[in-house]
Design a protein around this ligand. Structure first.
Ligand SMILES: Cc1cc2nc3c(=O)[nH]c(=O)nc-3n(C[C@H](O)[C@H](O)[C@H](O)COP(=O)(O)OP(=O)(O)OC[C@H]3O[C@@H](n4cnc5c(N)ncnc54)[C@H](O)[C@@H]3O)c2cc1C
Length: 424
């Protein structure tokens, strides 16, 4: 997945393309793997790239490498449904995700790369009075924290999202919603490309096709990583491997409170603008969340497939569930064809919240447990993780997202406490 950086106008690009005169510059190619680094970041997904970028930009760390076993953006950063929001219930989570949402708002400018942040509004739908109470609780918690949240009755919902026709007779009627207007979508692969280009410009080496297969240690410290290309010495190591976080635990001899599960998504053929926001529909028989891409395809996802797996092959039954739920919500989708379906491996932590912490050794860090919500976290995670690694102290926003909480019982149980147990 190599992207090329245009320099001038569309015309000059076309001319250059035809003439093949070298206008097109690679965004991140060219780095040679060196023998030693100050920090080795493992995994060129969103979290790894953002961490490397912030290490170089905010803390002046000179020798940083991102080692990726496949291709940059091959993992979940390029497979997700691109939804960003900060509508979490627990303060430990909503302050962090709000920090991230604020960073999304300015990221295109910061990276000088258009990541296409689109604050189209995220709508959680309610189907009973009980749902409304739970949404009001979550919305109030957000407002107390200074985060935008609005409770909508069907009349206001109909005005904001007319395609929903809230008054339409349904088996599970829509009785209201929680709206976060600043929530929306961001183009996922542009995020990987933008961070990669910015990090490369700051001197970070991005090395693809380089799998980390072991950690070498001496006197209780990690001294470097064994890779498929040989040994690389490192002062500090950060694992940001998402769906492979559990495997990294095994490699380090630490049992992780994580299971890897499949989540799939799908997109329909393109149609004219129909869905103006992000719709989240959780009802007793299923779940679907929907957006419409800029190309016009309706992008959908739902529950996990329900069993641990690394296959990236979504099961047919889940695709059916998601489509049924989508049509139950918006019958006008019934005649659309599904063009593509794909899946990714999610590192599901046992309490539904993420982990950024030291693991086993003082100079080894894990950035994982992102479950199915880690895309939206990338800007805040990169900044916070970099600060932790560079200063040795976890910033307040992530201080409680430790591994130790699973031993002490101080869980950040967003799933248990949230209105809809299946999603966080
Ligand atoms: C279908 C789907 C929909 C989703 N929708 C959303 C959404 O709408 N909003 C949201 O916030 N989140 C969503 N998510 C979750 C989100 O995509 C992930 O939580 C997030 O992308 C994970 O972080 P990452 O980008 O760093 O991971 P990845 O992109 O997976 O990066 C990890 C990288 O590590 C590499 N790696 C692994 N092991 C090694 C090794 N040993 N050596 C070297 N490299 C290694 C992998 O190849 C990979 O490139 C979704 C996920 C899926 C699958």
């Amino acid at each position: 997945m190599r992207q090329l950086a245009p320099k001038y106008s569309a015309w000059s690009l076309l001319r250059a393309r035809v003439a093949g005169d070298g206008y097109w510059r690679p965004l991140w190619t060219g780095a040679q793997l060196r023998d030693a680094y100050d920090v080795v970041v493992v995994g060129a997904g969103g979290h790894g790239l953002a961490t490397a970028y912030h290490l170089a930009r905010d803390h002046g760390v000179k020798r940083v490498a991102v080692l990726e076993k496949r291709l940059l953006g091959y993992g979940n950063v390029g497979r997700n449904t691109t939804i960003v929001r900060s509508n979490y219930l627990l303060p430990q989570n909503h302050y962090f995700y709000e920090d991230s949402l604020r960073r999304w708002e300015t990221l295109s400018r910061d990276l000088n790369y258009n990541v296409m942040y689109s604050p189209r509004g995220v709508i959680d739908l309610a189907h009973s009075d009980g749902d409304m109470v739970a949404l009001a609780r979550r919305g109030n918690a957000m407002r107390v924290a200074g985060i935008d949240a609005e409770l909508l009755d069907p009349r206001r919902l109909a005005r904001f999202a007319p395609e929903l026709e809230p008054y339409r007779a349904r088996r599970f009627p829509v009785v209201g919603a929680l709206l976060q207007r600043r929530g929306g979508t961001v183009r996922h692969d542009a995020v990987a490309w933008g961070y990669a280009r910015a990090a490369t410009a700051l001197g970070v080496d991005i090395i693809e096709d380089c799998e980390v297969i072991g950690v070498r240690t001496a006197a209780g410290f990690a001294t470097g990583v064994e890779t498929s290309r040989g040994y690389v010495q490192a002062e500090q190591i950060v694992f940001a491997v998402a769906g492979h976080s559990g495997a990294i635990g095994t490699l380090l001899g630490v049992q992780m409170p994580i299971e890897t599960h499949l989540l799939q998504a799908m997109v329909t053929e393109p149609v004219k603008p129909l869905i103006g926001s992000v719709l989240i529909y959780v009802y007793p028989h299923g779940e679907v969340y929907l957006t419409q891409s800029d190309r016009g395809g309706v992008v959908m996802g739902g529950y996990l497939d329900g069993f641990p797996s690394y296959t990236r092959e979504g099961q047919w039954f889940r695709l059916q569930d998601v489509v049924q739920s989508a049509v139950a919500l918006l019958p006008q989708l019934a005649s659309l064809r599904i063009l593509r379906q794909w899946a990714g491996t999610n590192d599901m932590s046992m309490d539904g919240s993420f982990i950024i912490d030291r693991i086993r050794y003082d100079n080894v860090f894990i950035n994982g447990g992102w479950c199915y919500g880690g895309f939206k976290a990338i800007p805040a995670s990169g900044a916070a993780c970099a600060t932790f690694v560079a200063t040795g102290t976890a910033p307040d926003l992530i201080r409680q997202h430790t591994l130790a909480r699973f031993r002490s019982g101080h869980l950040l149980d967003e799933r248990g406490a949230g209105p809809f147990p299946a999603r966080q």
